[in-house]
Design a protein around this ligand. Sequence first.
Ligand code: AHR
Length: 333
Amino acid sequence: MSAKKRIRIAFGLAAVGALTIGLAACSTGDSGGDGGDGGSDEITTVGFVAVGPEGAWREANEQNIQDTFTEEAGYDLKYAPATNLDQKSQIDAFTSFVDEGVDVILLSATEASGWEDSLKRAQEAEIPVILLDRGIEPDDDSLYVTRIAPDNVEVAKEVGTWAAATFPDGGNYVVLEGPAGVGVVNERNTGFDEGLGGSSLEKLDAQTANWSAEEGKSVFETMLKASNNDIQLVFAQNDEMGLGAAQAAEEAGLVVGEDVKIATIDGTKNAMQALADGQLSYVHEYNPLFGETALEVVEKALAGEDVESYIVVPSEAFDSAEAAQAVLADRKY
Ligand code: AHR
């Protein structure tokens, strides 16, 4: 992630620098949008180049965006999910939005690289682009207004710090990664390694399980067989892969929490329930509910106001069954 200045949003509050962004109570949907240009009732057209079906996190994030940019709020949101996570379908949708002359484009990229030409076309057409969740590589932040996401490096660093503290005498660990080419995968590996610091934990293997519970289970089954079950920690880069690993551990006769610990990122309901039930050991939220923030940024961008190049969405860590139980009832995703 660019080392550029980032601002942290205080929940529900705060003015930061020249910019005031309140991350209202997540996904309240009662957006303050006023049609994007401060008071007139004209409709602002938003092209949303989205990922589409991918898992519980993605569903929550994209639904929150659609629930926020409503007609009542003064927006015409054109939702364009990728076809089978294919980047070409995203680039085609992006190009169509530029040709159509939408007012602003929201982009959640399936692949980190390959966006320069599209972003330059939008810039020539004076259409602001806001990155949601996923970054681009190389990270040329002159090509977009801002990126809105939790900080993957910091989130994963907290997972690594927890792992190092949990295994002071070391042990063997494996990583279940998201798909190759997705920017957050590299950011999470970087953060986890930073958090591990001088830990004597040994990495036995790292493989993609493509964000999927089914693949997380099959990949971890193979890893267990290859190591004769001698794995004490799994860092799963999202909840679904961690839940799949938990199934594999159970079928191998291992007890999660005793024989092996499983840490995941996202904080979706199923993972929080699994943490409460002892089937996961640590879950770091990667808060998907930033639609209100995205709407406020769109309004600032269309009003020509300054916006920081990275807007970090705060996300909490949950390291015990009790911590998960405390939030389960009110969980919004
Ligand atoms: O980019 C965010 C990641 O994409 C989430 O952690 C994962 O669940 C989603 O598929």
